[in-house]
Design a protein around this ligand. Structure first.
Ligand SMILES: [Zn+2]
Length: 422
């Protein structure tokens, strides 16, 4: 591990020298840069260092950085006492504003002195790697798989799973990856947790950072690990493909659509999802599509039903209207439409209308049966609350394949979280 760190540090120094040799000096500037460098201490921080001289006191050094593919440019001031020679650094705490492995970062410095000179360094770029492991990599169709435990056959199987998942997404939903995806395979939950933000739940089995085209997943190099990957990889790849096809500055998809497509990408609905769906249909206790449009319930049983319903609605749309209509719907969402307007434009019904059609297809009345309200209860109950009183299906004893959605810090990303098998 030390050797890897040493090599990594050497690379960073090399990058720093590259930056030094490509300075864009201001016309009359007397500022000169002695060195710039960066050290990646994933997952804790990235330290950017600067050494510079000028004839007058250097008063300000601003670091500008942005994630490749993102238009957001962030800046930070390095702290130092004004002097003609400065050695300073800025430590970017990557746990407070979490950054996953595989992100490419671009940065430069702006240096200013008391005489009014300014000097901007040429941008440097590097990838924030998880240097705790010795990664191997293999390319698939528009994706790269990184892994560190297991043999080449294991990696080939994961590539095959990813490719066939993407084939299914393309064939049945009409979506292809538009930008390359990086998949990091961790051999244990402990290893994965070490790569996630400190608040990550212990049961987290994987994450899709859809906006960044990055997936981090726990897959043990074993038959059961591959079986798990057979569901999880197509699921997360669907999230990335959907994000790439619909990304826009105005709004996203209803959760039930994004998750329903991801569940559909996995293949036929697993019995542990089918069972609670059947129970909810039998008792007319489905969670409403309005409720399923935002974050799913945290309760595992309710989460399971939410995913099952999402699959069921997407399956209904695809079998009733076909793949091309789904592609059309996603294209409308890319324009930044509201949920109702998008559905009206493509299917001629709003979300309530779609829900009524879907309910009919399940043998239910178009409208949900109102739940009797106990005298002590307060006011109307929404779908999620209603569903909490439904008969609970028998649990299989392990929380295999339960999915939940949480928002990332800053609300930029929707993260797919899947519980690992117990
Ligand atoms: Zn998901």
């Amino acid at each position: 591990m030390n050797r890897i760190r040493w090599i990594t540090a050497a690379l960073f120094v090399a990058l720093g020298l590259f930056a030094l040799s490509h300075l864009s000096a201001g016309a009359e500037s007397n500022i000169s840069v002695v060195s710039t460098s960066h050290v990646n201490k994933f997952p804790t921080n990235v330290t950017f260092a600067l050494e510079a001289n000028s004839d007058s006191d250097i008063t300000k050094a601003t670091l500008y950085y942005r994630i490749k593919g993102s238009p957001v440019l962030t800046y930070a001031y390095a702290k130092f006492d004004p002097a003609t020679h400065i050695e300073t650094e800025y430590v970017w705490n990557t746990q407070r504003k979490y950054i996953p492995p595989g992100v490419e970062l671009i940065y430069y410095w702006m240096i200013e002195d008391a005489a009014g000179n300014r000097l901007k360094t040429e941008p440097s770029s590097f990838t924030i790697e998880d240097t705790r492991f010795e990664w191997q990599k293999q390319d698939g169709n528009n994706l790269t798989l990184y892994w560190y435990q297991g043999d080449a056959r294991f990696a080939n199987s994961l590539i095959d799973i990813s490719n066939s998942g993407l084939d299914r997404v393309s064939r049945d939903i009409g979506l292809q990856l538009q930008e390359p995806v990086k998949i990091f395979i961790y051999a244990s939950s402990k290893d994965l947790l070490g790569a996630l933000e400190p608040k990550a739940q212990e049961w987290t089995g994987g994450r899709a950072f859809s906006e960044l085209g990055i997936i981090a997943l726990t897959v043990e190099p074993s038959q059961s690990g591959l079986a798990w990957a057979g569901l999880a990889l197509p699921h997360e790849l669907s999230h990335v493909a959907v994000n790439q096809a619909t990304r826009n500055p105005y709004g996203g998809l209803p959760h039930w659509l994004d998750e329903g497509l991801a569940m559909y990408a996995e293949g036929p609905l697993e019995p542990e999802y089918q069972r609670p769906l059947d129970v909810a249909v039998r008792n007319d206790r489905l969670i409403s599509l309005q409720s399923l449009s935002s974050n799913f319930p945290a309760d595992p049983e309710q989460a399971r039903l939410s995913y099952a319903e999402s699959y069921s609605v997407v399956n209904f749309i695809l079998s009733d209207n076909g793949r091309d209509k789904m592609t059309e719907l996603l294209a409308v969402f890319k324009e930044g439409s509201t949920y109702d307007d998008a559905l009206l434009a493509v299917f001629g019904v709003d979300m309530d209308g779609l829900e009524a059609q879907w309910r009919l297809s399940l043998g239910l009345q178009p409208e949900a049966t109102p739940v009797p309200v106990a005298p002590t209860s307060q006011g109307a109950q929404d779908g999620a609350v209603r569903a909490e009183v439904e008969e609970k299906p028998q649990s299989g004893g392990i929380c295999g394949g339960i999915l939940a959605i949480v928002g990332a810090a800053g609300g930029i990303l929707a993260l797919g979280v899947r519980m690992a098998n117990g």
